[in-house]
Ligand binder design. Structure first.
Ligand code: NAD
Length: 369
């Protein structure tokens, strides 16, 4: 390597940092687990770094790109969502940015499914009963019962990578599946899942005939026992079908009073004030959330209300937090490996230096010939 590249990472991404150093890179890692202040990111970028490794906690906008003008060549984000990076600004300054799609798809989908199970079968409440020494008897229905998942109907909102992976998990539980996505419909995938369902029933492995189909948002919300959200955060100006507060008073009231909402996408997709009311007033039966309008979840959040504790499961943005998924240095397995490989691709000019051919770059539109 002729040039020694300088990189600032706003968080430690494990062994992949050492691999960069072994390649001759000069890498500085922000040592605290919390996000660095933006002023520090600006200072580092101004100092002339070539690459910036970020997380979804770091606001990356025109101010950052201006500070790195002519020097900063790549932003590599360890996450699939990139709503913290202003794409228009990145394009204006012609800085490619990386995300780590695909490698967290299965981990996120399985966590969404486990959240759904924990919520419906009251696993948290049941364990508390035991730990608080309130398990006094076995009784057919006291002190409470949960809701089965097998054979129920789920709505998958957003049928991109994680939505489709979630469909696979749900198909394994013989669920009926309603799909909604205004921008991308994978009919071949849906047909294949139906064929598998039909085969299982013909062979007597599944007792009932179950189905999967695309439908409208309203029908999906009205008919589903579970609603699982897998959309990117898109604000008003960013899409014809924005997802900001997609779940609000109107859409929550459309759901059945026995239905459950699961959100592993982004917090602002759900209007939390409306959801807290929906839970308090029993418009829906429960919710399990991994992401919040403000993270970490503030101590005074209405979602922490003890009155809804039994039907509101709360997790700390944890869906992709599995060992191999987060930290493997293999770009085909780990977010860290993929993030660092994307950074190397840009800085070392892989793919003939053609950014549009680099697999992990998001904003390829800024580099078209
Ligand atoms: P993706 O781009 O493959 O899929 C998103 C899908 O949502 C697309 O098919 C898109 O057409 C669809 N969509 C867009 N607007 C919609 C709307 N208004 N209604 C319904 N569907 C709409 O992305 P992905 O890899 O499946 O990831 C989805 C999101 O999940 C990410 O953007 C990220 O924010 C979030 N995520 C969270 C975690 C976590 O730890 N909780 C982990 C990974 C991803």
């Amino acid at each position: 390597m002729t040039k020694k590249f300088r990189v600032f990472a706003t968080c430690d991404v494990g062994e992949s940092i050492e691999l960069l150093r072994k390649r001759g890179y000069d890498v500085e890692v922000y040592p605290q687990p919390k996000a660095p202040p933006k002023s520090l990111i600006l200072e580092k970028v101004k100092s002339g770094i070539d690459g910036l490794i970020t997380t979804l906690r770091d606001p990356i906008d025109a101010e950052v790109f201006e500070a790195g003008k002519g020097k900063l060549r790549v932003v590599a984000q360890i996450a699939v969502g990139f709503d913290n990076i202003n794409r228009a600004d990145a394009n204006r300054y012609k800085v490619p940015f990386i995300h780590t799609a695909d490698v967290l798809t299965e981990a996120t989908a399985e966590f969404a499914f486990f959240m759904l199970g924990a919520l419906a079968r009251k696993m948290w409440t049941a364990e508390h009963l035991l730990r608080e020494n309130k398990w006094d008897y076995w009784h057919p229905y006291l002190p409470f019962l949960g809701d089965e998942v097998t054979g129920k109907t789920i709505a998958i909102i957003g049928t991109g990578r994680i939505g489709l992976a979630m469909i696979k998990k749900c198909a394994g539980f013989d669920m009926n599946i309603l799909c909604y996505d205004p921008a991308y419909q994978n009919h071949a995938f849906v047909k294949a899942i139906q064929e598998i369902k039909d085969l299982l029933q013909r062979r007597g492995i599944a007792k009932e005939k179950t189905w999967i189909k695309y439908t409208t948002l309203d029908d999906a919300l009205r008919e589903a026992d579970f609603v699982s959200v897998h959309v990117p955060l898109l604000r008003e100006r960013e899409s014809d079908t924005p997802t900001y507060h997609l779940f609000n008073e109107r859409t929550l009231r459309m759901m059945k009073p026995t239905a459950f909402l699961v959100n592993t996408s982004r917090g602002p997709v759900v209007d939390e004030a409306a959801l807290a009311r929906a839970l308090r007033e029993n418009w829906i039966a429960g919710a399990a959330l991994d992401v919040y309008e403000k993270e970490p979840l503030p101590p005074d959040s209405p979602l922490r209300d003890l009155a809804i504790e039994d039907r509101c499961r709360l997790y700390p943005h944890f869906a992709s937090a599995a060992k191999i998924t987060r930290l493997s240095t293999d770009p085909n397995k780990g977010m860290a490996g993929r993030c660092v490989q994307g950074l190397i691709d840009v800085l070392e000019g892989n793919y003939g230096g053609d950014v549009t051919k680099m697999p992990y770059v998001v904003n390829k539109e800024a580099f078209g010939k």
